[in-house]
Design a protein. Sequence first.
Length: 120
Amino acid sequence: MLKLLANENVQSLLVSRLRERGHDVRWVLEERRGIADPQVLRQALTEGRVLLTWDKDFGDVVYRQGKSASNGIVLLRVTETRSQADVVRIVLPVLETHTMSWPGHFSVIDRSRVRIRPLP
């Protein structure tokens, strides 16, 4: 089971499919809409959740500003589609296949590959 904090920019269909499959997903859009990135990161850290986001700024927050993200960040970069169903079809199996890889890493899921880099 994944324990995730979905940033507010994560599509509703992905959040609902993850929950349907038994994953523990909290969603910023439902609970704390509009909070700043450092607050999102702090919430993920406090709750022991991997952060799931489309926001590239989290790389800057972690690598340049030195904020802790030891639970991991998964950045979604599935481009060339606006279909939520396509995003779910691509992202969901990757999230579930690499469950143990997310903590302690900054990971990027795109249409054709997964990049996993240790966090500082």
